[in-house]
Write a protein that binds this ligand. Structure first.
Ligand code: NAD
Length: 530
């Protein structure tokens, strides 16, 4: 859909040349909002200047978007899978070809480094390729074991749910916007999505590329606005809801989905632990600890906020980790020269500063960082390492979602595993050792949806053929793998009974029939049939 809006795009000083007023105007016109809609202006984190003025959708706009999506979904579901696959492989190519523009947009609205933004380009290319190449296998009708051998012909079918609601956050503007929509769309659904307003331009860029790749109009629609205004119509109209955000919001969404008995997949917060074993390669682990703690300035649901290090290597590991952290280059640059970027919003900066001040006031020791950097831009905060963190400090068990990690010493591995598990969350974890088998054994004891051995998060996240999601307060359902697409479908079993059914033939009475069936069951048991 494309509607003319009166709103002029805003383009602050210092933006890269690829972000033109014409581009922002075209992307703004993709928002599902009536002509003349009120506008909302976003802020560029690097500078604090206005970035883009976007139309603000109303509840009526959301209802209208669902109406159009429902009509478009019928034709889309009837489109051959081979054609859907072709469109998503073309989208894959466009994302890689136009990556410089996508990287610029992600950095401009989120404040992350180019390296962090590039991970999102890779992630979306991998997701598009994987699901485009898997969709036929996943959706093809499957023969299943029939109730009566040879006599019952049973098939499992998968139908699209209809129109899926996707609500996505601001921390990974491309991955979170497109990563969950791709399998929903490939499965034959339409999607009405509310990306976070702060990073909506990147989501609109993905929609624009997918339509260029051949997705029919109205199959994927974006509404922009506050959850408190758009939440009700989004949850009242969708046939399934995919939500990524905080645990508090996730509980509310799950309640709403429960009232309507629609399915929901919730990817929520975490307080992710990393356990270093005494035999770990220290050089590799120090670099791993940096990669684990400060990606996207720590605004990553799977980044590490707690580290458990054994007595034997504690002093050496901690002094080297702190020294490397102090060397990291912080700043704003639209190139690959920077290690740690900006936080995205003033409220995120406030949370980070408050958590660190509270910990220090209650006796925590700062090993690195601990200070905002207004000299670099309004929302920068130094990568920070804390020791001597105790349970009365807020960040001991609350997610900070910033560049802050707490280090704890341990002498017994069982204690470290117990401390790692002493949280209601269970999203991601990391284990470091030279002994792979031992690392995998420790991993299996951690209460967490993904665990990486000798990696921070990218090994498990990037293993897109395997499920990814949270245990406990970290969520419900999984993205990635077969479930990441099949959850957007209704399974249907069609069982065709041939010749003899479950009632006795006319020549046999019920007594004889029950004895024949008993004999048949015993025979099946003896033959080893499942
Ligand atoms: P949030 O829950 O406040 O908001 C997330 C998005 O959901 C926002 O765009 C918001 O407008 C929208 N929203 C919230 N309530 C809504 C409602 N009732 N109806 C409709 N929309 C609603 O979260 P946040 O603070 O913006 O994001 C950070 C959180 O997200 C962190 O806790 C982080 O761990 C989590 N997160 C999790 C994952 C994951 O994969 N598990 C990924 C990224 C972020």
């Amino acid at each position: 859909m494309s509607i003319d809006h009166a709103a002029a795009p805003v383009r602050g000083a210092g933006l890269p040349a690829s972000i033109t007023p014409a581009l922002l105007n075209r992307l703004a016109s993709q928002v599902a909002a009536a002509p003349g809609a009120a506008t909302v202006t976003t802020t560029a984190p690097y500078t604090g200047e206005p970035f883009a003025a976007l139309p603000s959708s109303t509840a009526q706009d959301v209802e209208a978007a669902f109406g159009r999506a429902r009509a478009a979904q019928v034709g889309w579901a009837a489109t051959p899978i081979s054609e859907r696959k072709r469109i998503f492989l073309r989208f894959h190519d466009l994302v890689l070809e136009r990556q410089e523009q996508g990287l610029d947009l992600m950095q401009a609205e989120n404040g992350k480094t180019r390296r962090d933004a590039f991970l999102e380009i890779m992630d979306i290319a991998i997701t598009a390729r994987y699901y485009a190449r898997s969709v036929e296998r996943l959706l093809d009708p499957k023969r299943r074991k029939g109730a009566l051998p040879l006599l019952t012909h049973t098939t499992e079918l998968h139908h699209p749910k209809g129109v899926v609601t996707v609500i996505s956050p601001w921390n990974y503007p491309l991955s979170m916007a497109a990563g969950d929509a791709i399998p929903a769309l490939l499965a034959g659904n339409a999607v009405v999505q509310k990306p976070d307003t702060q990073t909506a331009v990147t989501a609109l860029w993905a929609l624009d590329l997918l339509e260029e790749a051949g997705l029919p109009a109205d199959v994927w629609q974006m509404v922009i606005g506050r959850g408190s205004v758009l939440g009700d119509p989004l949850l009242a109209n969708g046939d399934y809801v995919m939500f990524t955000g905080s645990t508090a919001s996730g509980r509310h969404i799950a309640q709403k989905a429960g009232e309507r008995l629609i399915g929901a997949s919730l990817e929520l917060g975490g307080k992710n632990p990393m356990i270093v074993l005494a035999d770990a390669d220290i050089d590799r682990t120090v670099e791993g600890a940096i990669a684990a703690s400060f990606p996207s300035a720590g605004q990553l649901c799977v980044s590490i906020e707690r580290m458990y290090v054994p007595d034997q290597i504690y002093d050496e590991f901690v002094s080297r980790f702190a020294a490397r952290t102090k060397e990291l280059r912080i700043g704003a640059a639209y190139d690959y020269s920077i290690d740690v970027g900006s936080l995205t919003t003033a409220s995120q900066l406030e949370t980070v500063a408050t958590h660190v001040e509270d910990a220090v006031a209650k006796g925590a020791t700062l090993l690195a960082g601990g200070t905002p950097r207004p000299d670099l831009g309004p929302l920068f905060y130094e990568p920070t390492i804390l020791a001597d963190v105790t349970p009365e400090m807020t960040l001991f068990d609350h997610e900070t979602f910033g560049p802050v990690v707490s280090i704890y010493r341990y002498s017994d591995l069982d204690d470290a595993i117990q401390m790692a598990n002493a949280t209601p969350y269970g999203l991601n974890a990391s284990v470091w050792t030279r002994d792979g088998a031992r690392g995998r054994a420790v991993a299996a004891r951690i209460h967490s949806g993904t665990v990486n051995v000798n990696e921070a998060f990218a090994a498990a996240w990037g293993s897109i053929d395997a499920p990814m999601g949270g245990m406990g307060d970290s969520g419900l359902g999984r993205r990635h793998g077969a479930d990441g697409l099949l959850k957007y479908t209704e399974a249907q079993t069609v069982a065709h009974q041939r010749l003899q059914g479950f009632t006795p033939p006319s020549a046999i009475n019920h007594d004889q029939w029950s004895r024949i069936l008993t004999l048949a069951l015993k025979t099946l048991r003896r033959t080893g049939v499942r």
